[in-house]
Design a protein around this ligand. Structure first.
Ligand SMILES: [Zn+2]
Ligand SMILES: [Zn+2]
Length: 156
């Protein structure tokens, strides 16, 4: 008779690794394990915060990894965000920039839209370029007007 050994008993390293990529690997190995469900239930019951149990990465789960919130948890603890959180954060930033851009375009192009294009590493569209050029022109005009203006009467 052959006994099936839980994969985490052979080399528990990846199951308790600090590297989430290794834990993802470990979680995949769990799916071949006959104790999968019992293991997960027990870890849930004891509110496990470290390691992989029954195919679930409890550490990532406890931290909210893979979300923009998880990213902020890493930052608050002054650590390098894990790859899952970094990806989620990048996506959140990108989504926010796209939203700002849609707003700028609904307004017929804005200076903010111009800089948002640049942050997205793309060329600004014509309306946003115009808005930006217009604003710097106005700023120059105002500066010139202020330089040549007579002192204003003091408003009462
Ligand atoms: Zn993370
Ligand atoms: Zn634009």
């Amino acid at each position: 008779m052959t006994t099936i050994v839980a994969p985490c008993r052979v080399d528990p390293g990846p199951w308790f690794s600090t590297d989430p990529t290794e834990r993802t690997y470990a979680a995949r190995q769990c799916h071949a394990c006959p104790m999968l469900l019992d293991c997960m239930r027990q870890a849930l019951a004891s509110d496990e915060r470290f390691g992989v149990w029954g195919g679930v990465d409890f550490e990532s789960r406890a931290r909210g990894c893979g979300t923009d919130r998880g990213y902020r948890v890493h930052k608050r603890q002054h650590e390098e965000p894990c790859s899952l959180c970094q990806a989620a954060h990048d996506e959140a930033v990108d989504t926010e920039r796209r939203r700002l851009l849609a707003e700028a375009h609904a307004a017929g192009g804005t200076t903010r839209g111009y800089w948002t294009h640049r942050a997205l590493e793309e060329e600004a569209c014509v309306p946003c370029k115009r808005a930006c050029a217009r604003q710097s022109q106005e700023r120059r005009d105002r500066a010139r007007a202020a330089a040549s203006a007579q002192p204003l009467p003091i408003a009462s």
